[in-house]
Design a protein around this ligand. Sequence first.
Ligand SMILES: [Zn+2]
Ligand SMILES: [Zn+2]
Length: 616
Amino acid sequence: MKKFISIILSLALVISIAAIGGVSATEPVSSEILTECGGNCDVCPAIVVPGIGQSNVWLLDDDGEYVLDGDGNRINCFPGYFDIGKIVSKVLLPAILTLVTQKDMGFSNALAEALAGAFYMNSSDFNGKAPDCVEVEKYPYSVAECSDYEKEQIYGNIPLQDYANRVGEDHLYYFAYNSFGNNIDIVDELYAFIQQVKKETGHDKVNIVPISMGGTVANGLLDYYPEVVNDLNKVVYIVPALNGSTIVGDVMTKNITFLDVDYLYNGFLEGLMDEEDARMIEVIARILPDELLVKALDTAVDKLLADVFSKNTNMWALLPKEYYEEASEELLSAPEYAKIKEQTDRYHLAQVNSNKNIQNLVDNGVQVFNIVDYDFPLYNIGDAWNADNADGVIQLSSTAMGVHSALVGETLPADYVQQNTYCDDPAHNHISPDRVVDASTGLLPDTTFYFDGQAHEKTARNDVIIKLATELLATDNITDVYSTPDYPQFNYARDVRGLKNDRLPDAKNALANVEMSAEDKAELEAAIAEAEMVLNRTAGEEGDIEASDARIRAILVKIGVYAPEEEEKPSTIFTNISLFLYDNFGTDGYSELAAAAFCLYLEFVKEILSIIVKVL
Ligand SMILES: [Zn+2]
Ligand SMILES: [Zn+2]
């Protein structure tokens, strides 16, 4: 159930990318130099421009005080505030009436209203500005001046502690902004922030690190402020949404998979969660007739589009350029949207110019690096979810500056040859070892690093990605993908936490304290050595962390430190029921099934009666 809730939340996250501005315009700017180096060291200060949901935005009441939840905690506006009690009180009665009558007794509207209520703080006005009821938690100073709480927030989002230890926390800044804010205001603020950082660090240039949605902010920065090229030393993009996400494009144009009734009952949820959980929800969903359920979802989507998405310029920044004409015509044609359309038109231009503006950086001596993930299917929310390779949230051509690749699970054709669109060095091989990506077709083939099988949301947990970013920001050792075999162009997904924090300490502890045979001891020592080797190397092999973890686990079981893992046979009850219902009754709800069953029963009774009559 936990997983189900987290899926719903992440779905809400994806669906909700809505508006809010609420960002105060002026920050204190100090005129004195605050760094130890006085601006005379070799490392430019770095500014992180984080991704969606990576800034705290607090809900305020009419008096400007924090609104607190039932536990007395401040309420984070991202992705919305789901006051379960309020939602239930609004939806319960119409839901019961609808269930009893099997007709829509206000259920669709109540659900849509409840959802709108959960997102009201993310709804902009017709100027594209957020309401006054939100406050962005900002850090208008270097991390050196952040409180412990603030450091926890920052490093929790992007663990750059090692960078800070090497270079100094006075060379690290975090540009917090409202994910649902006003795109142009946010860009203005970032530009001002860059000037402030230059001034107070004494450095005449900065490095910026646009992450995910931060890529859209960078698009705006380069286009609205072309002079910023003189302020930048390096740009280190990490999974940037340079051409938005097709999920957002499909949602804004209502090309949504779950509005197709067949897919809703067989396929949609399976793409988002564990099959058995998905099937359980499908079985429960049949308490409503299928057309009623689809109507409720359709009404909810319309309401969210109208109230939240259509007025949110930061949401529009996540729309791929190919969708803009259709979506803006559909959602922004009415005269009251003129002010918003003006702004989204402006961003659209920045997005179209993205590659050109990045090339301009390179031509002016700015070092631009890009770190992207691939071979992880896009969440199956929009119809075009499998139209490109992806990292779960963003399609690869968006993060990797127009790169061409095979779809997830496929490879480039056998006769495919490297296109060399952007690389003219015949010695370079830019085809990935798995023959999925032709990196030569992305704008920066020699400075883009690819991570196979890496999920977007877990990017910051990949220690190699963080080490690479650190190396790029803290040193000039890496100038391209050929600088060192430690950081090759093509690398792998990994999450070392289990091995590093649990398995390896347990193994070392066992080695010191547990009696074992010489043979077992040798194996345990070898397993520890292997774990340390795979943890320390940055050019890994696919699955090496898992294999090392399994090896330690096996020997710890053998010597009795770990209990043997019981093979749990996963339950398939709901899968069988849901598939049986789908195969035999399509997408019908139970009431419709009951009607069908009743007709069959009447037929049966009629047959029996006629037989009896004949016999008589
Ligand atoms: Zn310095
Ligand atoms: Zn090349």
